[in-house]
Write a protein of this length. Sequence first.
Length: 310
Amino acid sequence: MKKLVIVAAIVAAGVGGVSYANYVATQEVRAEVDKQLALVSEQTGATFKYAGLSASVISKSVEITNMEVISPEGDNVANIQSIEITGYEPDKISPHTSFDVKSFQFDKDFVSKLPADTNEMLASASYDLHSSLDYDEESGNSDVVVKLDAKDIVSFNMDMGLANSKALMDASLAISKAQQEAGNQPLTYEQELQQQTLVMQAMSKLEPRNVSFALNNQGKLKDLLSSELEKQGMTLEQMEMMLEQQLQQAPVTENIAEALTSFAKGLNSFSVSAKLPEGKTMMEINQQVMMLVGQPEELVKFINLEVKGD
């Protein structure tokens, strides 16, 4: 019995220690978040209010809940249910980091004041956003994922695998540290130019290995497309006919043409994936692709292109 009491005391102490650490982390993060939001407010005139903020030292995560974005005039612009950042470390690029926004939605009054040609369906939608970075420092390989979901309308997914990305990660970390050291002071023109040069040099070394894109109907993609075509005086049927005519003359393979036609008719899903040659930079691949534009079969083989439509 005494042993159980001792174990319970140790567990309680551990939980209490973690809770206190989380509390301290939350206070530190809150101060930093408020500082960054104040800087954005100075630059844009908008203000940001949030109901809650919490941090976890175990999962290395920060969550902000019920954020309001308010215009310089004091009008509500948008509401966000939650924003969560996981895995971020100020002094290194973590093996995994992610950024999630749940239920971002523009205020109804704000939408009503947008230009007349604004798509009301997209402007009124609620959005979820997920982005993540997986990075292997030893190999220099990384994988970037972005998912955007306009609820009940359409979703978009992108996945890109990169090799030789260490220079870009190091550049990103150096820029982050420089901005932290600058504090409230804006960077000089020379510093901004140095950062741009650093990023461009790192980008030139990247070797894309694979990339994929996917568009999926979440219920109202057909309505969305119909409303946009109507502005141009077209119907879905007219768009399908025009696409078929253009594909007859376009330098694409029969499989790609079929995938595009199937998607135009079904409007359910459309995906593109490619596995790129190893050891080649983005610039080298682009140059080769340009040379193969008039040779669709060879181009498909070169980048292992797959296109599907439904």
